[in-house]
Design a protein around this ligand. Structure first.
Ligand code: HEM
Length: 181
């Protein structure tokens, strides 16, 4: 299908504008999906703390034993206690800022992979951490993004976020499994 800009250029007898260059083959997203992701992520960026806290509340609700790894949150029981805890908000924001940096660099794949592999490797030094835990963040993260975006979380954005989060987690866990140098 022709994009509007190209169709208009044809009607005016002008040369076609060049289509966007393809994305890096290591990235599971098309140029249009990258464009939509960056645009949508601005909505997350504006509520980054709330989104991060919602993700952690949901993750700790479904997997309460994960709290044990965090000495500052291990005694929090209810969702309200978690939502009001400053240390939890601080940590959740740090995780979200890392994801923000990843999405900002989504089309610079060498830099992106380096960042994700470093994060993965760093987690190996946390006592009691297991690489499988990363995947426990997938569903809560998607749910938190959906809540923050509300109506802006369309079916198309659902496909894009699922693809990108799976990609980020795959790369983060690769480093833990020593699949990268
Ligand atoms: C989306 C996935 C995740 C990302 C991007 C992420 C990112 C981060 C970042 C940026 C830090 C700061 C410290 C550092 O890297 O050296 C951190 C610390 C940490 N993360 Fe994650 N993380 C993720 C998932 C998880 C999961 C699922 C767990 C399991 C419970 C976890 C456990 C920890 C622990 C225990 C710390 C250290 C906290 C402390 O300072 O006491 N992370 N994480």
């Amino acid at each position: 299908m022709l994009c509007l800009q190209r169709a208009e250029a044809m009607a005016d007898g002008l040369p076609y504008p060049a289509p966007p260059p393809p994305t890096d083959p290591r990235l599971p997203l098309s140029p249009l999906q990258v464009f939509k992701l960056k645009k949508s992520w601005k909505g997350i960026k504006r509520s980054i703390e709330l989104t991060g806290v919602e993700m952690f509340v949901r993750m700790f609700r479904s997997e309460p034993y994960l709290k044990e790894m965090f000495k500052e949150f291990r005694n929090l029981v209810t969702d309200d206690e978690m939502r009001e805890n400053v240390a939890l908000e601080k940590h959740a924001t740090m995780v979200m800022n890392l994801l923000d940096e990843a999405i900002n660099n989504i089309d610079n794949v060498d830099l992106l992979l380096d960042l994700l592999h470093r994060v993965g490797k760093n987690h190996l030094r946390f006592e009691g951490f297991d690489v499988s835990y990363f995947w426990l963040a997938e569903k809560p993260l998607l749910e938190a993004i959906k809540i923050t975006l509300g109506d802006r979380y369309t079916e198309n954005m659902d496909i894009i976020y699922k693809l990108v989060i799976r990609f980020l987690l795959t790369e983060i866990t690769k480093a833990c499994r020593n699949d990268v140098s």
